[in-house]
Design a protein. Sequence first.
Length: 329
Amino acid sequence: MPLVSPRLIPLLLGFAASAALGAAGDFKPAIVYDFGGKNDRSFNQSASEGAQRFKKETGIAYREFEISNASQREQYMRQLAQRGASIIVAVGFTQASAVQDVAKEFPAVKFVVIDGVVDLPNVQSVNFREQESSYLCGMAAALASKTGKIGFVGGMDIPLIRKFEVGYKAGAAYVNPAIEIFANMTGTTPLAWNDPTRGSELAQSQVGRGADVIFHAAGATGVGVMQAAADAHILSIGCDSNQDYLHPGSVLTSAVKRVDVAVYTTFLDAKNGTWKAGQRVLGLAEDGVGYSLDDDNRAILTPAIVARLEQAKADIIAGKIKVPEYRAQ
């Protein structure tokens, strides 16, 4: 084997480093957030945290955009593709039609739509079994409730949010068949995701009817729900991200949806050449959904409640408990 002169080693190492930087520079990930923005403390923020983790671990920057009106979805995706984006993650089901159109125009660019389905050879669709984590949260609510009355506040009235509601109600009824559940949706347009005032009003109404635990699946609107619950000295349940920290000791738990993991893994897979188009569905078995337990809620999500939830989780994964799914009429 021929020897390399010591004087050439630094030069060869320099060539290798330049090649690595060039390869990283060729990979350009991007993410487009839905209404509510990346600081909504919920769905979009979880996606942002996944992108941040990717940047921290790889050193590769990403482009991001927060929409302020619906027309910007397609417009910005197209601009990202034209500027050489390697993969574009679209956060939210409302972006599916924009992904459908732009992905056809740029077949060499990889696209990911979260909470939607687009059937194209360069698109990956990531969805979750939200009803499974909601089921556990319903159980927790019923176990913690002293009045036998609990509440649910959804954001935009769509099948996705009805999945949360159906799972929550089923889990609560599993613990207490006689439990009373109040449910309200915030609205029928995307504005329903970013209306904390309306969320607070709906929560106050449910408190007035006797609810002492309220679960929200409403994006930034849920911040108002949780504030109203804290003000009324009752319990709330967060959604998508771990929101226990918002009101320590008042948030019973959060229905965690690992959008952060979905974004991180899709970026990483695309970088490593292992990314695949098609559908991915993540539930309890895949650790794609779950419930939160940390120092902020450990005093109220008691060991007895956790034991019940963990048994139910195992039974759901094993198929012993069948969590109902929402079926649009």
